[in-house]
Design a protein around this ligand. Sequence first.
Ligand code: PGA
Length: 255
Amino acid sequence: MRKRMIAGNWKMNKTFSEAVVLAEGLARELEGGTGDVDVVVAPPTVDLKGVAEVIEKEEAPFALSAQNVYWQEAGAYTGETAPNMLEAIGATYCIIGHSERRDYFGETDEDINKKAKALMAHGIVPISCCGESLEIREAGTHVEFVVDQIKKDTEGLEITDPSKYVIAYEPIWAIGTGKTATADDAQEVCGAIRKTLVDIFGEETAAGIRVLYGGSANPSNIAGFLEKEDVDGALVGGASLKADGFADMVRSAMA
Ligand code: PGA
């Protein structure tokens, strides 16, 4: 069975000391454990080490994720971070293909596929994002669009342990807008993603890959998404910046 996952994407928020305070707050909130739910936080790159130290010191029940990676091992790639660097500071997850990276930094499905392979070679779990724009949603071609992203993003991946590859469906029109997709909207696309995974990897592997919903998910709407068959958790942006609210979302997933 798939374990639920609640992942917090802090985006470009929190200085080093602020990130430490937030991680400490979350460690306190989740002191009693997270039951059967995998909890992940993704601070900015420069904050990763500080949050890793909090996790170690507090024995906090959440894992560390980066927000981006480059696929090369080392070399003249100014400003980039290699998978082994993330591995060395204890990041066990990495978000890739977020729509903000696709839109503002020109990332392509080919890039995202290379990043997934590079991460997996280092035992880091990709949280691979997909999702359509408002224009595509209004044209009614969102399912085909996302299925096509999934096919390209997973091309040639070898998934031996399905718990080690995560997909996040994030309709762009619902990110940071306060406009959430309905739980049925989320299920429609997450269900289509699952079917695509069956075609690519076979029934058993597809049944073990977590598919998260993301886009204005918050403590009040999370339960509705989690009721859906193919929604295994959430990738949370804005609402992950407050320890108490984020912990409430984790507790909803534990229920
Ligand atoms: P949001 O962001 O929850 O603030 O909409 C989600 C995301 O972009 O991962």
